[in-house]
Design a protein around this ligand. Structure first.
Ligand SMILES: Nc1ncnc2c1ncn2[C@@H]1O[C@H](COP(=O)(O)OP(=O)(O)OP(=O)(O)O)[C@@H](O)[C@H]1O
Ligand SMILES: CC(C)(CO)[C@@H](O)C(=O)[O-]
Ligand code: BAL
Length: 283
């Protein structure tokens, strides 16, 4: 496995692979890799001849008061995990390599990005779309792998690919959880022991909502209220949002008809965590 830091070198490796007739998979990440990331890489390895994992803490998706400077990093551990999972290349560019000093081009989206995480993080999805757009242009993958944990991000990327005619298949991958149900996340590293326990409230509350839906409840407001009420029992939790939205266009729903996404973001202490589940009343 190779660690590549420049766009030029990565392009020439991909060109070589293409000359050999190989298919290429891309797994975009911000590093500090865990079993959730590994599941994406393992899937990519099973479906492509060659796999690139990008490992880049993308500055343009962080708001001014967010955790860009403290975001956890461990390149040595990341390299070992990628190698064990069967990746061929880790792309680990510097911010200066990815963004020229006078860069003035950004990708924006009018829909899908205003609600849910976009309310608290108004510039976040422009940063995500911009860096993923660039990665797609650099790697030209046949397939790219994203986790359902970032459900809004996955919907946004699917829309960008459709709208901008990228010739790449987007593969959504299930949420990988700790044994007690907490969704794995690089930011879990910020939690102290008390907060780590409190963080379970996200999954526990969502499970209550999911059970209501499985039992036949079709009033989205009632399901949301039960999730919210349970979240509020945790003193360390400060709720950013709990929403039930249409799974495709991410608009809030009143009645459950067809596929929906129930999503939440909650601050546990200073750490903002997200979680969600999908439900289809017609499946
Ligand atoms: N628990 C998980 N299960 C499945 N996929 C995941 C999980 N956590 C992250 N991913 C996916 O890995 C990719 C890279 O995510 P990222 O590097 O931001 O990791 P993260 O753990 O989500 O970090 P953060 O704490 O910043 O949210 C994204 O597509 C994301 O959805
Ligand atoms: C897709 C992504 C790698 C873009 O920086 C990031 O948003 C992430 O890790 O989910
Ligand atoms: N997984 C999303 C990265 C972020 O929160 O910036």
């Amino acid at each position: 496995m190779q660690i590549v830091t420049t766009i030029e070198e990565l392009r020439s490796i991909v060109k070589w692979w293409r000359g050999e007739g190989h298919s290429v998979g891309l797994v975009p990440t911000m590093g500090y890799l865990h079993e959730g990331h590994k599941s994406l890489i393992v899937k990519a390895v099973s479906e492509n001849d060659r796999v690139v994992v990008s490992d880049f803490v993308n500055p343009t998706q962080f708001g001014a008061n967010e955790d860009l400077s403290t975001y956890p990093r461990d390149m040595e551990r990341d390299a070992a995990l990628c190698e064990a999972a069967g990746a061929d290349v880790i792309f680990h560019p510097s911010p200066e390599e990815m963004y020229l000093e006078d860069n003035c081009t950004f990708v924006d989206m009018n829909r899908l990005t205003k609600g849910l995480c976009g309310k608290t993080r108004p510039t976040h999805f422009s940063g995500v779309c911009t860096v993923v757009f660039k990665l797609f242009n650099i790697v030209t993958p046949d397939r790219a792998y994203f986790g359902q944990k970032d459900a809004q991000q996955l919907a946004v990327i699917r829309r960008m690919v459709r709208d901008m005619n990228f010739n790449v298949r987007i593969v959504g991958c299930p949420i990988v959880r700790e044994a007690d149900g907490l969704a794995m996340s690089s930011r879990n590293a910020y939690l102290n022991e008390k907060e780590r326990k409190a963080a379970l409230i996200l999954h526990k509350s969502l499970v209550l909502g999911e059970e209501m839906l499985r039992a036949g409840e079709r009033d989205a407001g009632k399901v949301r209220d039960v999730i919210l009420k349970n979240m509020r029992t945790e003193p360390l939790a400060r709720i950013d949002y709990v929403e039930l939205v249409d799974a495709k266009n991410l608009e809030p729903v009143k009645k459950i008809e067809g596929p929906i996404l129930a999503a939440t973001a909650v601050y546990i202490g200073k750490t903002r965590l997200i979680d969600n589940f999908h439900y289809d009343s017609e499946a």
